[in-house]
Design a protein around this ligand. Structure first.
Ligand SMILES: [Zn+2]
Length: 87
C-alpha cells in the first residue's frame, strides 16, 4: 500500500476520487457512447450519483468530456444504459 490508487475526475462535477468509485463511459470509434468496459475508445468518468448522471447527459458536457461531437442517438443510447443500471 503506497497510496497509488489511480485518481479520476468526474466530468460532471469535477470531484476527484478513486477510479473504482466512478462510472466509466466510453466513446467508441463509431461515435457511440457505452458503459461497456470492453469497448474500444476514449473514456470519461462520472460519479455514480444521480445528479452527476443527469448532468452528464448534457450534450455539450459530453462533447467536452470526449473532445468530440456527440450526436443525439449516442446521447440517448447512453441515457438508456444508465437507466438499465439503476436497478
Ligand atoms: Zn460527479
Amino acid at each position: 500500500m503506497n497510496g497509488a490508487t489511480p485518481e479520476r475526475t468526474c466530468c460532471a462535477c469535477k470531484r476527484k476520487g478513486p477510479q473504482a468509485s466512478f462510472l466509466r463511459v466510453k466513446r467508441t470509434p463509431a461515435g457511440n457512447l457505452t458503459l461497456d468496459a470492453k469497448a474500444q475508445g476514449r473514456s470519461a468518468y462520472c460519479c455514480d450519483d444521480p445528479d452527476c448522471k443527469s448532468a452528464l447527459l448534457d450534450k455539450d458536457r459530453l462533447s467536452r468530456a470526449f473532445k468530440a461531437r456527440v450526436d443525439e442517438d449516442a446521447r440517448l443510447g447512453l441515457a438508456q444504459e444508465l437507466e438499465c443500471r439503476q436497478r
